[in-house]
Design a protein. Structure first.
Length: 371
C-alpha cells in the first residue's frame, strides 16, 4: 500500500512588463522683428518647460504554506494463534512550487527625442533700438522605478509508517513498514530583468540674428538650457524558504512470539531542489542622457556705439541611482528514523533489517547579477 500526496503542487506567477512609451515632442519656433524703425524695442522670447515625472512601484507578495501529517503505522497484531504478515503503507510526497514576481518590470524610455528648433531675427530696426532674441529651455525628467518582492515558502511533512506491534502470537508473519519519499522543488524568481532602459534625448538648435540695427543700438542673443535628469531604480527582494521533514519508519515491536517472521523497516529518501534568483539583469541601460545643443549667433551691421552680446548657457545635470537589495534565507530540517525496533523474547525470531536514509539537498542562489 502506498500513500501518494500529490496535492502539494503549487504554481504562482506575477510577471508583467511595464512599458512607458517615449514622448515624442518637437517644438519649432520662429520670431521676427523687421523694419521696425529707430528708437524701437524689439524682442523675441520663447520659454519652453518639459517636466515629465514618472513613478512606478510594483509589489509582489507570496506566502505559501503546506502542512501534511500522514500516518500509515501505529498498527497492532497481537495475541493471535496464527498471524499473517503485517505491512504498513508508504508515504510519497512531492511539491513543485514556481514563483515569478516582477519579472521584466522595466521602465522603457525608448529613443524618443525632445527636439527644439528656433529661428530669431531682428532686421533693419534702426538706430537707438533695443533688440533681443532669447530662448530658455528647461527639461526636467524625474523617473522612479521600484520593484518590491517578498516570498515565503513554508513546507512541513510529518510522515509515520512505524510504531507497529506484533506481539504474543503463536505464529507471526513478517512485519514490514512502508518507506517515506519526499521530493520538493521550490523556485523563486524576483525582479529579474527589471530596470530602466533608455532615455529621451534633448536636441536644441538655435539661430539668432541682429542685423542692420544701427548706431547706439543694444543687441543681444541669448540661449539658456537647463537639463536635469534624475533616475532612481530600486529592486528589493526578500526570499524565505523553509522545509521541514519528520519521517519515522521505525519504533516497531516484535516480541514474545513463538515463531516470529522477519522484521523490516522502510527507507527514507528526501530530495530538495531550491533555486532563488533575484535582481539579476536589473539596472540601467543607456545610462547617459543625450543632450545636443547647436547655436548660431550673429550681430551684423550694428553701427557705431552699439552694445552687442551673444550668450549661451548650458547646464546638464544627470543623477542616477540604482539599488539592488536581496535577502535570501534557506532553512531545511530533516529528522529521519528507521531504527528503535524491538525483537525480543521470541522462540524463533526471523531476521531484522532497518531501512536506509538518503538525503539530497540542492540549493542555487543568484542575486544582484547584472549579466
Amino acid at each position: 500500500m502506498k500513500n501518494s500526496l500529490q496535492s502539494l503542487v503549487g504554481v504562482s506567477a506575477l510577471a508583467f512588463l511595464f512599458v512607458a512609451m517615449p514622448v515624442m515632442a518637437a517644438v519649432d519656433t520662429t520670431g521676427e522683428n523687421v523694419d521696425t524703425g529707430p528708437n524701437s524695442e524689439n524682442e523675441n522670447e520663447f520659454e519652453i518647460s518639459n517636466t515629465p515625472d514618472t513613478n512606478v512601484t510594483n509589489q509582489g507578495h507570496i506566502n505559501e504554506q503546506a502542512n501534511v501529517d500522514a500516518d500509515t503505522g501505529f498498527n497492532d497484531q497481537n495475541g493471535n494463534t496464527s498471524a499473517g504478515d503485517q505491512e504498513s503503507g508508504g508515504v510519497d510526497a512531492s511539491t513543485e512550487w514556481d514563483n515569478v514576481l516582477n519579472s521584466g518590470m522595466a521602465l522603457v524610455a525608448g529613443d524618443g527625442e525632445f527636439d527644439i528648433s528656433s529661428d530669431f531675427t531682428n532686421d533693419t530696426t534702426g538706430p537707438n533700438s533695443e533688440n533681443e532674441n532669447e530662448l530658455e529651455v528647461r527639461n526636467d525628467i524625474d523617473t522612479t522605478l521600484r520593484n518590491l518582492a517578498r516570498v515565503l515558502n513554508s513546507l512541513r511533512l510529518d510522515a509515520d509508517t512505524g510504531f507497529n506491534d506484533q506481539n504474543g502470537n503463536t505464529n507471526a508473519g513478517s512485519q514490514t513498514t512502508g518507506g517515506v519519499e519526499g521530493m520538493f522543488g521550490i523556485s523563486n524568481m524576483a525582479n529579474n530583468d527589471s530596470g530602466l532602459i533608455g532615455y529621451s534625448g534633448l536636441v536644441i538648435s538655435a539661430d539668432a540674428i541682429n542685423d542692420t540695427t544701427g548706431p547706439f543700438s543694444e543687441n543681444e542673443n541669448e540661449t539658456e538650457v537647463r537639463n536635469d535628469v534624475t533616475t532612481n531604480v530600486t529592486n528589493r527582494a526578500n526570499l524565505r524558504t523553509r522545509v521541514r521533514v519528520d519521517a519515522d519508519t521505525g519504533h516497531n515491536d516484535q516480541n514474545g512470539n513463538t515463531n516470529a517472521g522477519s522484521q523490516s523497516t522502510g527507507d527514507v529518501a528526501v530530495t530538495t531542489d531550491i533555486v532563488n534568483s533575484a535582481n539579476n539583469g536589473s539596472g540601467l541601460a543607456d545610462a547617459g542622457s543625450g543632450l545636443e545643443v547647436t547655436s548660431d549667433f550673429t550681430n551684423d551691421t550694428t553701427g557705431p556705439n552699439s552694445d552687442n552680446e551673444n550668450e549661451l548657457e548650458v547646464r546638464n545635470d544627470v543623477d542616477t541611482t540604482v539599488r539592488n537589495n536581496a535577502d535570501v534565507n534557506n532553512n531545511v530540517n530533516v529528522d529521519a528514523d528507521t531504527g528503535f525496533n524491538d525483537q525480543n523474547g521470541n522462540t524463533n525470531a526471523g531476521s531484522q533489517s532497518t531501512g536506509a536514509v538518503s538525503v539530497n539537498l540542492n540549493s542555487t542562489t543568484e542575486v544582484n547579477n547584472s549579466n
